[in-house]
Ligand binder design. Structure first.
Ligand code: SF4
Length: 377
C-alpha cells in the first residue's frame, strides 16, 4: 500500500500541477482557493482557479500548491482524477466539494465566500485582520507572504462586519460539513484584538446557538490576563504561532515577532494557557523544515510534555516571501521527522484536541495524519 504521509510530504514540498480538463469544475462544484491569508503555491495564479486542497484514497487531506514544473500532476482519465508522478500513475484523488454558502450573500449583500472560507473539509476560517505590522519595518518572518498575497489576489473583504461573520457561520454550519472554526489575524494592538475577537465570538454564538464554540482562536501571542479574556469569549481552544523552536533561529527567521514575544514568553504563556483552556486545547503552530530535526523535536517534546498540541506546517518556499526560490527539505526528511514527532506526542499522552482541530481542518500539516495511524482520529 502507498505511504500516504510520504506522498503528502512530497506533494507539499514539490508542488503539483493539473491539466485544464481536471480544473473545469473548480470554483463551481469543487472548492477553489480564496487566499484568506497566505498564499501557499510556488507561483501566483491570478487568472486561474485552482483547488484549495484534495483528498488521497485514505482520506488524507492535501493542500494544492501549484508548481508548474512539478513532476506530480493530475489528469482526468475515465472521468476520474488520477495523480501521476511523471508517467507513473499513483492513485485516484478527489477535489473537495464546494460549500453551498460560497454562492450566497449576507443580508448586507456581501459575498459570504469573501468573509469566511473552508479549510480542508471541515474548518471554517475567518481572518479578522489581513495586516501585519512587521512588514513595514522589513522585519516580517522570512517564510511569510501575507502582504504580497493580499495585494496579488485582493480576493477577500479585509474589514469584516460582525453580523456578516455570524451569518456566514450559521450558513456554513447548517450545511453539515463544518466541525471547527479557526479565527486569526496579523499582529496588532492586544487590547483592540481581544475586544474584536470577543465581538466576533458573540456574533457567532448568537447566530449558531453555541455556548462555547468548537475551534481555535490564533491571535497575536496571548500573554498574561489576555489568555483568560480569550477563554471568556467562549472559544474552546487557543493557538500560538511560535513558528520556530530554536531560540537563535527564531530570532533570525522572525525578527519582528521575536522582538515583541521572546521564546521564553511563548513557553510561559503556553503553560498558562494549558491551565486555563485545559490539556489538548492549546495548539502551537510551528513551521517545519526551517530548523534542524534535533531542535524541532526538542520543541515537540517540551510542548507535548506541557499538554499542548502542535500543528507543524510543512514549509515550502512561496512567492513574495523572503525565502522565495529556496528549497524545502526532502519528503523523506519530513516523513522521518514527523514519524518521530508523532511518537513523542503519543508517549506524552496529550489529549488529541480533535473536538477543536483535526486532520480534516487543513492539508498542510503531517502530524495529525501520523497520529491517525496510531488510532488518534
Ligand atoms: S507575524 Fe510573521 S508569520 Fe505572522 S503575519 Fe506577521 S510576518 Fe507573517
Amino acid at each position: 500500500m502507498e505511504n500516504y504521509i510520504l506522498l503528502k510530504a512530497a506533494l507539499l514540498t514539490e508542488g503539483i500541477r493539473s491539466d485544464i480538463e481536471s480544473l473545469t469544475a473548480v470554483g463551481i462544484n469543487y472548492k477553489e482557493q480564496n487566499h484568506g491569508l497566505f498564499g501557499w503555491d510556488f507561483e501566483n495564479h491570478v487568472d486561474l482557479k485552482l483547488p484549495d486542497d484534495f483528498c488521497l484514497p485514505d482520506g488524507t487531506v492535501v493542500q494544492f500548491r501549484l508548481n508548474s514544473k512539478s513532476q506530480y500532476y493530475v489528469k482526468t482519465h475515465d472521468d476520474k482524477l488520477k495523480l501521476y508522478l511523471n508517467e507513473h500513475e499513483i492513485c485516484e484523488i478527489k477535489w473537495i466539494e464546494r460549500p453551498d454558502f460560497y454562492n450566497k450573500k449576507t443580508t448586507q449583500n456581501n459575498d459570504m465566500v469573501k468573509i469566511g472560507q473552508i479549510g480542508g473539509r471541515d474548518c471554517l476560517f475567518f481572518c479578522y485582520q489581513n495586516y501585519c505590522s512587521h512588514f513595514s519595518s522589513n522585519k516580517q518572518c522570512s517564510f511569510c507572504n501575507l502582504v504580497t498575497t493580499s495585494k496579488v489576489y485582493d480576493s477577500v473583504i479585509k474589514k469584516k462586519d460582525m453580523t456578516d461573520i455570524g451569518e456566514v457561520a450559521k450558513a456554513a454550519w447548517s450545511e453539515g460539513n463544518v466541525n471547527h472554526i479557526l479565527l486569526t489575524g496579523g499582529c496588532f494592538s492586544h487590547e483592540q484584538e481581544v475586544a474584536l475577537v470577543s465581538e466576533i465570538l458573540e456574533s457567532i454564538k448568537k447566530h449558531t446557538g453555541f455556548e462555547r464554540v468548537p475551534g481555535v482562536i490564533l491571535p497575536s501571542p496571548a500573554k498574561g490576563d489576555d489568555i483568560e479574556r480569550y477563554f471568556e469569549t467562549g472559544i474552546n481552544a487557543i493557538g500560538y504561532s511560535m513558528e520556530i523552536w530554536d531560540e537563535k533561529l527564531y530570532k533570525a527567521i522572525c525578527p519582528g515577532k521575536s522582538e515583541s514575544t521572546s521564546h521564553a514568553e511563548f513557553v510561559k504563556s503556553i503553560q498558562t494557557a494549558v491551565k486555563i483552556f485545559g490539556e489538548g486545547n492549546v495548539f502551537v503552530a510551528l513551521v517545519m523544515g526551517l530548523e534542524p530535526k534535533e531542535t524541532f523535536l526538542q520543541g515537540i517534546q517540551t510542548l507535548s510534555a506541557m499538554g499542548a498540541n502542535i500543528v507543524p506546517f510543512v514549509w515550502s518556499p512561496n512567492p513574495g516571501s523572503k525565502l522565495e526560490g529556496h528549497r524545502a527539505p526532502s519528503a523523506e526528511w519530513y516523513f522521518d521527522v514527523i514519524s518521530e514527532a508523532a511518537e513523542i506526542v503519543y508517549d506524552n499522552k496529550v489529549p488529541s484536541g480533535i473536538e477543536n482541530h483535526c486532520y480534516q481542518c487543513d492539508g498542510n500539516s503531517l502530524l495529525h495524519d501520523a497520529l491517525r495511524l496510531k488510532g488518534i482520529v
